[in-house]
Write a new protein. Structure first.
Length: 132
């Protein structure tokens, strides 16, 4: 079973400005990657990492994702390892970046990041992402 979610486009900003009492260096979180080769129509590739989502608290940030042929759609989102249900957003065009997929409507549980080939032909590509 596949459920389609709407893209997460709203940015939230804290009304409070941080107060620094000493100089600190912020180190950006390293990007994770997921590559796929000859991913067949309807097939799924999942991350090696598992994330526990509780209270719809997770956000998947797609830093970049490219695939070919670009005529094929991809679905990116969450795969529940226990129920085997995917919660995804569909993308087209073969090249996306700076997209966010939230976990709204996703029940609490253990999830992997997934990419599903939504087209009729096999695809090859890679995705760089972060989960917070």
């Amino acid at each position: 079973r596949t459920l389609t979610l709407f893209p997460y486009t709203t940015l939230f900003r804290s009304p409070y400005e941080p107060v620094a009492t000493e100089e600190t260096n912020i180190v950006p979180k390293s990007s994770l990657s997921l590559s796929f080769t000859s991913l067949g129509s309807g097939s799924r590739k999942t991350s090696s990492e598992t994330y526990y989502i509780s209270g719809e608290d997770a956000v998947l940030t797609i830093n970049s994702c490219t695939w070919s042929p670009s005529s094929q759609d991809v679905k990116i989102g969450w795969y529940n390892v226990d129920t085997r249900v995917t919660y995804t957003v569909t993308y087209e065009g073969g090249d996306i970046n700076s997209k966010r997929v939230n976990s709204s409507g996703v029940p609490d549980g253990d999830y992997k990041v997934c990419i599903v080939n939504g087209g009729s032909k096999s695809i090859t590509g890679a995705m760089q992402y972060e989960v917070k």
